[in-house]
Design a binder for this molecule. Structure first.
Ligand code: PMP
Length: 287
């Protein structure tokens, strides 16, 4: 059955959903996005994703074509129209189609932004078998641009990084800059030493994960110690545990880094507990 997707104000079957070849998202990766997970037909952390979208747009002087209230309604309507139980809602806003290829930004009053949303069904999203075994990561150099705090659709290097991991029989890659881990290709990275959780501090060097913010809040509420600072691959390999967070993986244990197993090579108690807390709390506040 074909999905119903949202394109510039209309709900249409996916076969009929079209964007111009002159769209700046296509020509220049001049666009931003968000991914919001859906559990039991409800949106997880919607307010955080909406707030980050507004920030990404404003950092790039891009207009938002809809209000945040309207955006919530569009998300809900897509979940309803597609009878989505567990899965994701993907949202992308680009600087529109100016009708020619020109580096200069077009006048926002003359060229409206493009907005597209679609759902992806992921039955059993919260019960991923990987959460029980943990994932393996490799390290790769972080050669992305310097504004990783803006959630742009320039995802070629993260895609290449995932392919490098796959080629090595691993699940993902952690990126390293100046000897320190920045983040995963599509997630934030953490290590655990004793009961202390260490994750890189916020700056323009990493995406300010919405799941990161929630998980750190829950960790502090559970009296776990949190240290926000950079760490090296050597330190990570010597840690007791490691994990990643993102809207689509929640809290996912990491059991191997560059071929080096962590602890006994199975998911650690801190990551396992944080995953439970995050899923419980997020389901409670889902909209
Ligand atoms: N870092 C990067 C580079 C990402 O692409 C993502 C997910 N899009 C994250 C971190 C995690 O962010 P969130 O928890 O908001 O999904």
């Amino acid at each position: 059955m074909s999905r119903i997707v949202y394109v510039d104000g209309a709900y249409v079957p996916e076969e009929d959903a079209k964007v111009s070849v002159f769209d700046r998202g296509f020509l220049f990766a001049d666009g931003v996005y968000e991914v919001t997970s859906v559990l039991g037909g409800k949106l997880i952390d919607f307010d955080g994703h909406a707030a980050r979208l507004e920030r990404s747009l404003s950092e790039l002087d891009m207009a938002c074509p809809v209000t945040m209230d309207a955006l919530l309604e569009i998300h809900r309507e897509l979940v309803r129209l597609n009878a989505l139980d567990d899965g994701l809602v993907y949202l992308q806003v680009t600087r529109g189609a100016a009708g020619d290829r020109d580096f200069e930004f077009p006048d926002a009053d003359a060229v409206p932004s493009t907005i597209v949303l679609f759902t992806q069904a992921k039955p059993g999203l919260a019960d991923s078998p990987k959460a029980k075994t943990g994932i393996k990561v490799i390290s790769i150099p972080d050669i992305r641009w310097g504004r990783r705090d803006i959630k742009t659709v320039q995802l070629l290097y993260p895609a290449v990084g995932k392919m490098m991991a796959k080629k090595d029989g691993c699940d993902d890659a952690w990126m390293v800059e100046d000897g320190q881990v920045t983040e995963g290709t599509s997630n934030n990275a953490y290590i655990v030493k004793g009961r202390k959780i260490v994750t890189r501090h916020l700056s323009n060097d990493i995406l300010h994960g919405i799941t990161r913010a929630a998980v750190l809040r829950f960790a502090r509420e559970a009296q776990m110690e949190v240290e926000e600072r950079a760490f090296t691959i050597d330190e990570a390999q010597a840690a007791d545990e490691a994990f990643i967070t993102s809207a689509s993986t929640f809290v996912m244990p990491v059991v191997e880094i560059d071929g080096h197993p962590l602890g006994d090579g199975s998911p650690g108690p801190v990551a396992t507990r944080l995953r439970e807390i995050y899923l419980d709390e997020s389901r409670k506040s889902a909209v």
